[in-house]
Design a binder for this molecule. Structure first.
Ligand SMILES: [Zn+2]
Length: 403
């Protein structure tokens, strides 16, 4: 080796060494990076798998109530404080059993043709009908079919939340949420075990005894999303009037801190691209997979929600490991809709709800195949990256630090 090469290698080694050193320094001095580092793929997967033991967790059934009890026990084990429940009555009869929909071929939207989807979206390219399965017998696994056999009964419903209380601003909070109920006789692994597990993971990290936040964070696992957002609406109706009231006066305790913003997580795993003309979809996560952060442009707080969405995108660029995030303005059909005229509200998803999920991009959506075993580590990693994104954004917004 000649002298000039030895010299160059020494310079490279010095640069690499310097980078590694400053990264280590960064990790120590940046509490957000430390907190993001406490998330991991195996724990996230294990929480999703834990939720799937309750089948599709359909609202109004014993399996749904058992799932809520299990979630509560997990939150307690993380040390998340002030675990409480919202109670409300849902008295609509269940949707009738219907034969499973026939699999369809793709429909090609003509060049220039404008077909609208939900939330103000516009559909593009090849689309499939996204029809839920209402047929219990479409589940081919007899054990899972038996677990999902009970139909909902009208009556009292409950949903669980816990709270990280802010050290200096306990009267202000962010609501971080997902829906724990599912449907369609599978395991509701993606919809919305993936979002529920993400929120539980954030509750675990923020509840660690060495974490302090200036503002409060509430972790909420809504019920009755699949019937039409009845659980999140019950929370918003019952608790909006209680915001910011100190109870008892002078105690420094705020049962319902003032809401600053609401962040929903719903379907976090699957981004395999557009269906093909024959109606099939790629079995692999596409390399360009991204997290879709959406706000609703017609919401009362659209402008602030848009800024919040880009703050999440920035958090993704700084802290998420693998997958990027993009921002859209057609948020729809999830629990953040119950909040969008009360407070800035956004949702995080695997795909845009209107243009992509609504055009049949996820073949497991509301199907008996929405099972833990239907997803690969590349899929679970998209959910983990969404968790890194939300954790990093909320940590900055709530003013997180380490003791
Ligand atoms: Zn959902």
């Amino acid at each position: 080796m000649d002298a000039i090469w030895t010299c160059r290698l020494a310079i490279v080694a010095a640069i690499v060494g310097q980078a590694a050193y400053s990264q280590a320094q960064n990790a120590r001095s940046d509490p957000v990076r430390v907190l993001v580092g406490r998330l991991d793929l195996d724990t996230y997967k294990a929480t999703i798998e834990g939720l799937t033991q309750f089948g599709d967790r359909r609202e109004g059934t014993a399996r749904n109530r058992a799932a809520a009890d299990w979630i509560e026990a997990q939150l307690k084990s993380y040390g998340c404080a002030n675990i409480e429940r919202v109670k409300y009555v849902y008295d609509q009869p269940p949707e009738p059993v219907r034969p499973a929909p026939a699999t369809s071929r793709g429909t090609a939207i003509a060049s220039g043709e404008i077909i609208r989807g939900v939330g103000g979206s516009r559909l593009r390219g090849i689309t499939l009908l996204a029809v839920p399965n209402y047929d219990p017998n479409a589940q081919t696994d007899p054990a899972l079919r038996a677990r999902n056999a009970e139909l909902p009964a009208p009556g009292l419903r409950e949903e669980v939340y816990c709270t990280k209380v802010g050290a200096t601003r306990p009267d202000e909070m962010y609501i971080v949420a997902a829906h724990m109920d599912g449907r369609s006789f599978g395991e509701a692994a993606d919809d919305d075990g993936s979002g529920t597990a993400l929120v539980m993971e954030l509750a675990r990290v923020f509840s660690h005894p060495d974490v302090i936040t200036e503002r409060s964070i509430r972790f909420a696992l809504w019920n009755n999303e699949e019937t039409g957002l009845h659980g999140s609406r019950a929370y918003a109706t019952q608790r909006a009037p209680l915001q910011g009231k100190e109870e008892p006066p002078g105690s420094g305790r705020y049962p319902e801190p003032r809401w600053i913003a609401m962040i929903q997580h719903d379907m976090m795993l699957w981004d395999h691209g557009m269906p093909r003309p024959d109606g099939t979809v790629s079995v692999e996560q596409r390399p360009e997979a991204d997290i879709n952060i959406e706000f609703q442009s017609t919401a009362k707080f659209a402008d602030a929600a848009m800024k919040l969405a880009f703050l999440f995108r920035d958090a993704n660029e700084k802290y998420a490991m693998d997958y990027p995030a993009s921002v859209g303005h057609h948020m729809s059909n999830t629990d953040s809709s119950a909040f969008l005229d009360l407070v800035p509200a956004i949702s995080l998803r695997e795909n845009e709800r209107g243009m992509q999920i609504g055009a049949g991009w996820n073949p497991h959506y509301h199907q008996p195949t929405d099972r833990y075993t239907s997803y690969s580590d590349k899929d679970f990693r998209l959910g983990l990256n969404a968790a890194q994104t939300s954790l990093a954004a909320i940590a900055q917004l709530a003013g997180a630090s380490l003791k």
